[in-house]
Design a protein around this ligand. Structure first.
Ligand code: CA
Length: 232
């Protein structure tokens, strides 16, 4: 990233009005903007110009945005935020499983857009540093190096699976992690459909971490999609 010039954002969008809206907002916030109106052009620009972040529409004239993300992911770890009019759970799950970092449904406000951009860029920067970070959310503190969890300064004992779930969410703090991704990470690839495991273990985690498990402050359910550790 060039600090003097601001992060370079590739906007992949075939609707001119939407592309213009995003370009104007990004430039006003100090970002530099590249544009692509098709999947093929998006891949070419990503290869040639190495953007710091990609905003990806799904409905493109030549291919589906999900295919573009899957191709990008073969060689790039650039953060990708999907921006789509599709609000079906299945579309969100498919995009996240293909390697998107986040998903924003049209219409959205610029405040929301820039909040998501900051989360995605911060997460990628932390991953690139290779540091074993301490993740703090309110009174919850997860030390990934020492595998310890405290709430309101009290040490919490977690089972291996509970810790695995919480650590996976903590490494993706602020972002939704799909059921599939959690099951693969914590239980293994042969357990991808066992979503009831997640319900059971999330209930246990909330019971241990939340003041009111019925109204969780830290562990948010994205209904039908996955879970998110809130980052504020
Ligand atoms: Ca479109």
């Amino acid at each position: 990233m060039n600090e003097t010039l601001g992060p370079l954002v590739l906007v992949v969008e075939d609707e001119l009005q939407m592309a213009r809206y995003m370009r104007t907002a990004l430039i006003a916030h100090g970002y530099r903007v590249l544009e692509a109106g098709s999947g093929e052009e998006a891949i070419r620009r990503a290869v040639m110009q190495n953007p710091d972040l990609v905003l990806m529409d799904l409905g493109l004239p030549d291919m589906d945005g999900v295919q573009v993300i899957a191709q990008l992911r073969q060689w790039s770890t650039v953060p990708v935020i999907v921006i789509s009019a599709r609000d079906q759970e299945s579309d969100r799950i498919e995009a996240l499983d293909s390697g998107a970092d986040d998903y924003l449904t049209k219409p959205f406000g610029t405040g929301e857009l820039f909040a998501r951009i900051r989360v995605a860029m911060r997460h990628r920067a932390a991953a690139a540093d290779g540091e074993e970070p301490v993740v703090e959310v309110g009174d919850l503190r997860i030390d990934l190096a020492n595998r310890t969890v405290t709430v309101r300064e009290e040490r919490i004992h977690l089972t291996r699976r509970e810790y695995g779930l919480l650590a996976t969410l903590a490494k993706n703090v602020g972002r939704v992690v799909t059921h599939r991704q959690l099951l693969k990470e914590v239980w293994g690839p042969q357990y991808l459909t066992e979503t009831h495991y997640l319900r059971v273990y999330m209930a246990q985690l909330r019971h241990k971490l939340e003041v009111d498990p019925a109204r969780p402050r830290y562990l948010e359910t994205e209904s039908g999609i996955g879970y998110r550790l809130k980052n504020e």
